[in-house]
Design a protein around this ligand. Structure first.
Ligand code: G3P
Length: 222
């Protein structure tokens, strides 16, 4: 499973890239606003220089001609830009044109299996079903991942990858991985949670104190 980080915070991205475990980045207009960045194009360019994998940059318009122009502009920033478009009729028209031109496209705001089928038909590189936001309204977000993976698996010709978005906790990630979702985009705080287990921390403390009792140093050994 590929791991993307869901943030526009360049310091977080640099820190997580240094782990060697990061396969890409997703941003959205809300995350860009939260980052405080004043030059979106420069921000995406900087992120693309830090991470080799796909970097999702979302269009701001909602009408076809403007979204297409914005998408083409964003695609020019770097080869690893994935243009993010909303799952609307106009968004999917843009997806088809850009995909046919060889640009990666991430279709976002997917909340149903029917929408995911349309995204695949439009040639999306990624479809982003929002798990957490479905849970928030009392629906089962993970069930949507299961449905989309099952449907896509019926058609070997579909190359669209299921990018699990709106991930709120490690359970969302683990359950999506069990279903065979290709990618998860994860907020930095949840990525850090993945490392954590109380028995790891407790066990390590014991190893460190027991090692000290031996009075040895591996690096000073003859
Ligand atoms: O980037 C899209 C998605 O991951 C947003 O998540 O937490 O705002 O529902 P959230």
């Amino acid at each position: 499973m590929k791991f993307f980080v869901d943030t526009a915070d360049i310091a977080e991205i640099k820190d997580l890239a240094s782990t060697g475990l990061l396969d890409g980045v997703t941003t959205n207009p809300s995350l860009v606003a939260k980052s405080g960045a004043k030059n979106f194009i420069a921000l995406i360019e900087e992120i693309c220089g830090v991470v080799d994998g796909p970097v999702s940059a979302e269009v701001a318009a909602t009408d076809y001609p403007t979204m297409l122009k914005e998408g083409q502009r964003l695609a020019k920033i770097a080869k690893n830009v994935a243009v993010k478009v909303p799952l609307t009729p106009d968004g999917l028209k843009v997806c088809k044109v850009l995909s046919d031109d060889g640009t990666m496209v991430n279709v976002t705001l997917c909340f149903s299996a029917a929408q995911a089928i349309l995204a695949a038909k439009a040639g999306a590189t990624f479809v982003s079903p929002f798990v957490g936001r479905l849970d928030d309204i009392g629906q089962d977000g993970l069930n949507l991942i299961s449905e989309i993976v099952e449907i896509y698996n019926q058609y070997p010709a579909i190359e669209t990858e299921v990018l699990v978005a709106s991930v709120r906790n490690p359970v969302h990630l683990v359950e999506s991985a069990k279903m065979g979702a290709h990618v998860a985009t994860i907020p930095p705080a949840v990525i850090r949670q993945l490392y954590s287990h109380p028995l790891t921390e407790k066990g390590l403390a014991t190893f460190v104190s027991d090692w000290a009792k031996t009075g040895q140093s591996i690096l000073d050994a003859a």
